[in-house]
Every structure is written in structure tokens, then in C-alpha cells.
Design a protein around this ligand. Structure first.
Ligand SMILES: [Zn+2]
Length: 169
């Protein structure tokens, strides 16, 4: 996408916000729904970014079949039009944005302690965020790729909350 277009969209998007939270816009400058509603309902903080949500395959050749993706400049989130779990996918990508904005050494370390990781796993941490956004407390452990006991999950959600408030981003 051309840079000039992006910038003018960002300017359009600033108006409706007023935001303590993330502002999500479509490529033509409207509020990106249902994503904005999902972000507003998040049980953990969202960043204060303005992000364009694009309902299209990820433009990176390595990830064209991915359900979603975001980029290092955090300006856009792509959600594949046929994503089977669009809310979870979107919140996962929002998690990547949060980790990039908020996490300092202490937060990476905290995750390592909670899950006994040798190295920080961005994908699993984004999965943690995705679930924290919907549910901060679990009754039973979750399996699958993000494997967490209720206690681990609560602590992971707390890391997101603390890192967000510590940086204010
Ligand atoms: Zn991911």
C-alpha cells in the first residue's frame, strides 16, 4: 500500500477515537467492525495505536495462507477473508502489537518464568493475549498450542496489564 494513502487514512481515523484504546479503521477510513467492538470488549488493555484492519490475505509471500498477520511497523492487521476464527485471529494479532509496544526485558522474563520457556515464544504469547482478551480467568487448564493452567493464564494476563500500564502505550 502507498504511504501517502496510509497517512491520510490515519488522519481521518483520529477524529472518531477519543481513545484510551486502540482505534481500528478500514482501508477507506471507516470504523473497522466487528474488530473495534471486539477490541473494546477486551478484558486486557489494547494499545493506543491506530491500526488499519484489512480483510485480505497477508501480503507477505510466506504467510499468504495464514489466518492473519501484522507487521513490525504495527500499522496494519490483515485478516484472511476465510479465517475460520476471525475474532481469535484478530485478538492474536492485537497481542503481537501489544507485546511489541509494551514488553520490556522484565515482561519477557516473567513469561519465561510462568511457562518455563527457555526462549520467549511470540506465537504462544499472542495466543495467551487472545484468550486473556476474552477470559482472564480459567476454570480448567487449556491445551493445544497455548497450554496453560488457570494460574499460569491469570499470571500471563497480569503481565499484559502491568506492561501496558507501565509503558502507557
Ligand atoms: Zn502470530
Amino acid at each position: 500500500m502507498k504511504k501517502g494513502l496510509l497517512l491520510s487514512l490515519l488522519c481521518l481515523a483520529v477524529l472518531p477515537s477519543g481513545a484510551e484504546a486502540v482505534t481500528l479503521v478500514t482501508p477507506d477510513g471507516r470504523v473497522a467492525e466487528p474488530y473495534q467492538t471486539w477490541a473494546n470488549a477486551s478484558k486486557v488493555p489494547t494499545t493506543k495505536d491506530i491500526i488499519i484492519v484489512i480483510a485480505a490475505p497477508c501480503p507477505s509471500p510466506a504467510f499468504t495462507s495464514a489466518q492473519g498477520c501484522t507487521f513490525n511497523d504495527l500499522s496494519a492487521i490483515y485478516i484472511h477473508p476465510t479465517a475460520t476464527t476471525p475474532r481469535q485471529t484478530f485478538l492474536h494479532e492485537l497481542g503481537h502489537v501489544g507485546i511489541a509496544r509494551w514488553f520490556r526485558y522484565a515482561h519477557y522474563r516473567a513469561f519465561g518464568h510462568i511457562f518455563r520457556w527457555k526462549t520467549f515464544d511470540h506465537e504462544l504469547a499472542a495466543e495467551a493475549y487472545s484468550l486473556c482478551a476474552v477470559k482472564r480467568r480459567l476454570r480448567t487448564a487449556v491445551g493445544g498450542s497455548y497450554n496453560a493452567t488457570p494460574r499460569q493464564h491469570k499470571r500471563a494476563c497480569d503481565v499484559f496489564r502491568h506492561s501496558a500500564s507501565a509503558t502507557g502505550l
